[in-house]
Design a binder for this molecule. Sequence first.
Ligand code: TYC
Length: 119
Amino acid sequence: MTEFSKSVTPMAQSARPPKGGEGDTGVVVDTKTTTKRPPLYKVLLLNDDYTPMEFVVHVLERFFGMNHAQAFEIMLTVHKKGVAVVGVFSHEIAETKVGQVMDFARRHQHPLQCTMEKE
Ligand code: TYC
């Protein structure tokens, strides 16, 4: 069973439809479903001594949809505290964002690090 599958609880006998009706096989069991939200992942940006501040601001605007003021503020938080959460996403989206940032930083030869962790 995966994390996302439904958990199925048989209904009480008294709540079941009567067996042996016309055209029915007598095996119908009503189900109650419970839904579980998929887990969320924080995407983290890490500080380093070499990546230019303007590059980090650009990354936050480009890949995390921040305006310039928001991006500058988060960049400064990372610079001062060492790390900040830059977004919370599904596993697949978080993985994509991390990959995009790491690839963009590598292509520009900056040591910027971006990681994800389960919320
Ligand atoms: N510390 C870097 C500097 O002084 C700036 C920086 C900020 C780097 C945030 C990475 O995630 C980072 N140039």
